[in-house]
Design a protein around this ligand. Structure first.
Ligand SMILES: Cc1cc2nc3c(=O)[nH]c(=O)nc-3n(C[C@H](O)[C@H](O)[C@H](O)COP(=O)(O)OP(=O)(O)OC[C@H]3O[C@@H](n4cnc5c(N)ncnc54)[C@H](O)[C@@H]3O)c2cc1C
Length: 410
């Protein structure tokens, strides 16, 4: 008679963004994985700005979770209380969890990130904002970081004659630990498109209208420059989402909302609770880093599972350690423009390389493949040329996670 197979440990993954889907998928074969996510689809927000100017992209960036896991399940709900070994959902359901993975990421103002849970509502909201933006002659973007630059480029690519103004309190575009020549190159391309860039001076007061609302207003910078626009968007404000931590885990939440992790990506002081992606202190807030961290988290949980229940006390011993990545970034300016820097090169990425690795495909392919969404369902008109979603350079390797071979980081 054959031995009954031992029960699989339960892994609760909280959050189905870039980090959560990678960990959940990687552990599907060794554990009973439950992925908790309030949205009914994975949102590939890296391409959200493209979908604002060209809503034909919407079906390509809202990818249903149905094909992600073979053994585990995705629960459409929100974690409201998480302590070691205990996950309580908004519905009142309690999940048993031998291991917990905190992957709740961050919020960011719409349209860069979605703030509604149902795909149908998210599409409707983007379509409404697209209509408003289409009718606006003058657009103000507050924040000249990567999101502001990228949105300016997207708008100019579709409506070259719209007046676009970027405002920032900082003295330079992009910010962050990036090269001066990259910032200069991005400014050069923005100027070439006729984007007005006002730096080093905040607005005296925020616009009197809501972001994304079509209504003409005038604002003034501290330096005294007046800007009249018909619509504006907020292009700053990453806020980690960690308000559900309770009991012994509450102490791991820093004043900034981020969750403190060790190099093994375990939550400080915890053997079986991991955190990664935008919500953790592990690295910069980019999907590429989240995917690399997912490989470490999944590998460490697998190692602990294989070592057996008594081994978890040896925290850290033999577990993989995450090393923060050196600065790298790819900033598209429309489908064919932009620039970037890679840690392994002294040269800036030219626009044609940016277009190839990110600007044209916006890396849709790898995530559609990972979610098991057939090419025909996610491709849509924007896929052009019948390439399908799994084709193109971004799909290389087929792991579904960004790696050092693929530079798309922000
Ligand atoms: C416009 C834009 C472009 C970008 N482009 C790039 C790029 O090109 N390359 C790159 O590397 N990075 C890019 N980034 C950054 C990237 O989007 C983030 O780093 C990435 O989203 C982080 O992934 P994550 O899984 O940690 O979190 P998220 O993607 O934020 O996912 C977190 C998930 O958790 C869910 N959640 C939240 N609270 C709960 C709860 N209580 N219970 C259950 N689930 C919950 C959320 O609904 C969400 O689905 C871009 C960001 C923006 C805004």
């Amino acid at each position: 008679m054959s031995e009954p197979s031992p029960a699989r440990p339960a892994v609760a993954v909280i959050g189905g963004g870039y980090a959560g889907i990678s960990v959940a998928k990687s552990l599907d074969d060794v554990a009973t994985v439950v992925l908790v996510e309030p949205k009914d689809a994975f949102v590939h927000n890296v391409a959200a700005l493209r979908a604002l100017v060209d809503p034909a992209w919407l079906p390509r960036i809202y990818l249903p979770y149905g094909g992600l896991l073979s053994h585990g399940r995705v629960v459409q709900d929100r974690a409201v209380k998480v302590d070691a070994g205990q996950v309580v959902l908004a519905s009142g359901e309690e999940l048993p969890a031998d291991y917990i993975v905190l992957a709740t990421g961050s919020s960011y103002p719409f349209p860069a990130k979605s703030d509604v849970d149902r795909t149908v509502d998210a599409h409707e909201k983007t379509l409404g904002t697209h209509e408003a933006l289409s009718a606006a002659a003058r657009v103000l973007l507050v924040g000249a970081g990567a999101v502001g630059i990228e949105l300016a480029g997207e708008i100019k690519a579709v409506w070259p004659s719209k007046q676009v103004t970027l405002v920032d309190v900082a003295d330079e575009v992009l910010g962050g630990p990036f090269r001066a020549d990259l910032k200069a190159e991005l400014r050069r391309q923005l100027a070439e498109l006729g984007v007005q860039v006002l730096l080093g001076s905040p607005l005296r007061a925020a616009p009197p209208t809501e972001p994304g609302e079509l209504r003409t207003f005038t604002v003034t910078t501290e330096a005294g420059t007046e800007v009249t626009a018909d619509i504006w968007f907020r292009c700053y404000g990453v806020i980690p989402v960690s308000d559900y931590l309770a009991g012994g885990l509450a102490g791991a939440r820093g004043a900034d909302g981020m969750i403190e992790v060790t190099p093994t990506l375990q939550v400080a002081g915890q053997d079986r609770v991991f955190a990664l992606g935008d919500v953790s202190t592990a690295d910069r807030k980019v999907a590429g880093a989240a995917s690399r961290q997912a490989a470490i988290v999944a590998g460490n949980i697998r190692a602990l599972i294989e070592a057996g229940p008594d081994a978890a006390g040896g925290v850290g011993a033999g577990l993989g350690k995450y090393e923060p990545s050196p600065p790298g970034i790819v900033v598209p300016i429309g489908p064919e423009g932009g620039s970037g820097q890679r840690p392994d090169s002294d040269d800036l990425l030219p626009p044609e390389v940016v277009a190839q690795v990110k600007g044209r495909d916006m890396m849709v392919a790898r995530f559609a493949e990972m979610l098991g969404v057939p090419a025909g369902d996610a491709a849509g008109p924007a896929a052009g040329g019948g390439t399908g979603v799994v084709a193109g350079p971004a799909a290389a390797g087929g792991t579904g996670v960004a790696d050092e071979g693929a530079p798309p980081e922000e």
